[in-house]
Design a protein around this ligand. Sequence first.
Ligand code: ATP
Ligand code: MG
Length: 691
Amino acid sequence: MDEPLLSSLNEAQRQAVLHFEGPALVVAGAGSGKTRTVVHRVAYLMARRGVFPSEILAVTFTNKAAEEMRERLKAMVKGAGEVWVSTFHAAALRILRVYGEGVGLKPGFVVYDEDDQTALLKEVLKELGLSAKPGPIKALLDRAKNQGVAPEGLLAELPEFYAGLSRGKLLDVLRRYQEALLAQGALDFGDILLYALKLLEQDPEVLRRVRKRARFIHVDEYQDTNPVQYRFTRLLAGEEANLMAVGDPDQGIYSFRAADIRNILDFTRDYPEARVYRLEENYRSTEAILRFANAVIVRNNLRLEKTLRPVKRGGEPVRLFRAGDAREEARFVAEEIARLGPPWDRYAVLYRTNAQSRLLEQALAGRGLPARVVGGVGFFERAEVKDLLAYARLALNPLDAVSLKRVLNTPPRGIGPATVARVEALARERGLPLLEALREALPLLPRPEPVRHFLALLEELRDLALDSAEAFFRHLLEATDYLAYLKEAYPEDAEDRLENVEELLRAAKEAEGLQDFLDRVALTAKAEEPGEAGGKVALMTLHNAKGLEFPVVFLVGVEEGLLPHRSSLNILEGLEEERRLFYVGVTRAQERLYLAYAREREVYGRLEATRPSRFLEEVEEGLYELYDPYRKPVPPPHRALPGAFKGGERVVHPRFGPGTVVAAAGDEVTVHFEGVGLKRLSLKYADLRPA
Ligand code: ATP
Ligand code: MG
């Protein structure tokens, strides 16, 4: 074929790429080339359909995915730099930067991160004279904003005295929080999309303009859209609906952020004229891995049946390592990686919870293997980085009281808590923004000098805010003697912190001005940090692994309580989502997949005996094998013949422990296990032995 944009695709992918106007749904299993299809489709629209790059929007799930897509497009077709490739949040923020005044936003508005949000909530609680923990209130706010409903709407489903507050008081807090945000010229993360949606809903002229910029829309990972993103997409797509939604309902793993897989399941109801494209060939994983993955996911009920055939035949078996404890599990991972050898970025270690990373990091470091944790404490959440960012935000938006309080006496300049209390009281009394109150308070203060200096510094910074982001920070460091402060305040790890400041300067260099820099920071998820070079083993949670692929994957902690996670056990939907999460993890592997669990693990500081994940038991024998090159071989599971046990006989099971046979008929025995209760087992599968 002489069409390079089509020749590297299979027939189904080609059909999807050739889809021109009107709605389309590409629904297919993991590794079937969905993302690749989107990239080719965008390129094809430009190269062969005469669509301008400035009319194309492609929505990705992460900034990193957006970056990758941009790079791939640039390599394929001229002019691709102009295609709007973006996450939902970045797209919405860009709309608000241009048109935000229409919904009451001031220029230079800032986006508060989780810490700022919590800080503001604490302020509000203090102001209202309430003692409650901000955590649950923040959770409530996030949930409401992700669902696109007013927090008041959720109150009815909450227990009385949620967060220790009566309904009325809780309502006061929520209202006051939102007022305070607005007064400070700030949005929280959840507000970004809500405000953009509101803007598009209420202003037809803005809608018309944005639609021109998004005449052809693509949404990757559509199964993880939440109600707000769903409405945003529908509104942008409009009547014309040149919308291509791409996804896999079996990989919906963000319902805890209000994502709803019904959005993808109902696509053809929302757009009855939609064409549906199914991709059935998996190019990513070997046959062995894919068979295992398919066996996992068929256990779910809430799903669309799909076919997924491997292109890569055969392959290494899926291997399971049973560790004594989490330390041994981590050591196994490190030793196996060391044995298989570099390059190290071929490896990913996936786990359910962030806390699991520590032992893995230590084990890898102990083996001298370079590793990076994707996630964890984000770069932009480190204290020194946040200090400098707070100055920058304040320079652009003097109303930002959270940032103001952060830097007022950092580095220390002699503005004590008594002064702060006084200024806050004044601000409240007179209804002034905090900065204004600071100015007004000058004549009232016994020692006004430090405050006067601080105000002068801010003036200076305001002038500099129009410079490049890098110049701004360099000046700031000098004017505040910040590096000297770091060395003095943190003698133990000053080196680290100085490096972080360096890294901030490097990142600032890439931005177009200070505002652009702050927006990028606000949109950078924890999972995506600057300056993380390749050549390292990647450690990350299963959630962060979405959309990625690695030649070798270790999936650790495959235990009851972790995967499925204990928080999900009582709800069917929760359990199915955990199974999807397991499926996502398994399908990241291209060549080799290792699973591991520990027989003992620390849970909330206590060592507990664990049981292997039910997801393992659901998979037929033969789709994986036990693997233990570092200790004496484990005997293969014992398979008793039908009729091998009689009522009353003492038996032992590897998971349930010792028990007594209650009834036996053919292949089936019922056993009472001490502390576990009655279990009906099939001798074909259960590793049951005489005690
Ligand atoms: P996920 O569900 O995990 O997001 P996906 O369906 O988006 O997966 P891609 O990441 O697009 O799948 O593709 C998986 C791998 O298969 C990639 O390495 C991709 O380059 C490769 N691939 C996809 N289609 C083809 C093809 N027709 N020929 C060769 N390789 C392909
Ligand atoms: Mg993909």
